[in-house]
Design a protein around this ligand. Structure first.
Ligand code: TXA
Ligand code: MG
Length: 313
């Protein structure tokens, strides 16, 4: 299959109408989208990504009215989060409406909803005329794509269309917040920080241990082929603040040695470069990545969450 690269949201949307998959840019990472009501297309997402069927998808919308189609019950706290963070890198979990196929939500009675702030993403969803179910556009387990080239690495010749947009602004996924059971809980830390969420409601907690409510989030994930080793924060003489993060890398001794270092000016820069750095290492055949730990505050919480999953064996 030929993979069309287009900058036209309208051309890309035509594929969705034909039950095909389209990869599209967002401000977090690229998504692999399908018509939310089209079970055949949804099944293709799971098949192409090699994604376990128990891992539900996020449904992307282009306007707030679409929330009512997806869920009948929007509790007051969800309304507050929506008015503060939509459009943007926040995903909320609500009770789902019956019209939504079970394949989308992996059999759960809840649904994940996100309205991207990326203009081209919203234009694309608008052209489709319906909500778009989309996981990140990478093979299951591998680093999420932050440019269309990363999507090509995983899906060239396998999907018919990639909507080309800019490099992802944040480079890390959205924050997933469960709003279905009283006090909201963060199921996956992401770009919107816990500190920002707590300004809306002080009680918002980070979900730890217990029964995982974001099923696909439990195994090794976001991982390059290289082994990822977490190293302690060691501020280098060049860096003024201890918050400064860098990623260092080394290849095994006695072999032709590659060396690649990505030095980042702050945690946001680290987040933005993390996945693309992983992919660059894989392209160069690098075997070991040393990734510096960062304090678990602000976006640092999401960075450490991804690093732990990437380094799990
Ligand atoms: O930034 C993002 O969120 C990107 C872009 C494309 O929007 N999407 C993304 O999707 O990261 P994905 O499929 O890679 O991750 C979705 C996460 C998974 O951890 C999944 O388990 C969780 O959201 N999730 C989806 N529906 C859920 C539900 N009903 N209940 C709990 N967790 C859910
Ligand atoms: Mg993903």
């Amino acid at each position: 299959m030929k993979t069309l690269l287009t900058k036209s949201p309208r051309k890309a949307a035509a594929y969705i109408k034909r039950s095909e998959l389209v990869a599209f840019p967002t401000e977090t990472v690229y998504g692999l989208g399908a018509n939310v009501y089209d079970e055949k297309a949804i099944e293709k997402i799971f098949k192409f990504k090699k994604r376990p069927s128990d891992n539900p998808l996020i449904v992307h919308i282009s306007n707030r009215q679409q929330i009512e189609i997806l869920s009948e019950s929007v509790p007051p706290i969800a309304k507050k989060l929506i008015s503060r963070f939509f459009p943007g890198p926040l995903t909320i979990i609500l009770k789902k409406n019956e019209i939504i196929p079970d394949t989308v939500t992996a059999g759960l009675d809840t649904i994940a909803i996100r309205m991207p702030s990326s203009k081209i993403a919203r234009k694309f969803i608008e052209e489709c005329g319906l909500p778009i179910a989309a996981p990140s556009a990478n093979l299951s387990g591998s680093p999420s794509p932050t440019t269309y080239r990363h999507v090509l690495e995983d899906f060239k010749g396998k999907i018919p269309c990639i909507l080309i947009g800019p490099e992802a602004k944040y480079g890390l996924e959205s924050t997933v917040v469960d709003c279905t059971s009283g006090i909201p809980a963060v199921l996956r830390p992401g770009v919107v920080t816990l500190e920002q969420l707590r300004k809306v409601d002080r009680r918002i907690k980070l979900k730890k241990g217990g029964k995982l409510k974001s099923p696909g989030h439990s195994y090794r994930h976001y991982a390059p082929k290289a082994k990822v080793i977490l190293s302690s924060p060691k501020p280098s003489p060049h860096m003024k603040e201890t918050m400064t993060a860098y990623m260092g890398i080394s290849a095994p001794r006695n072999k032709k040695t590659f060396s690649l270092v990505k030095q980042c000016s702050n945690a946001e820069d680290y987040a933005k470069n993390l996945f693309s750095f992983f992919r660059e290492c894989d392209r160069k055949g690098i075997k070991i990545i040393y990734a510096q730990k960062v304090p678990e505050k602000g976006i640092g919480l999401a960075i450490m969450n991804r690093l732990r999953k990437a380094s799990a064996r």
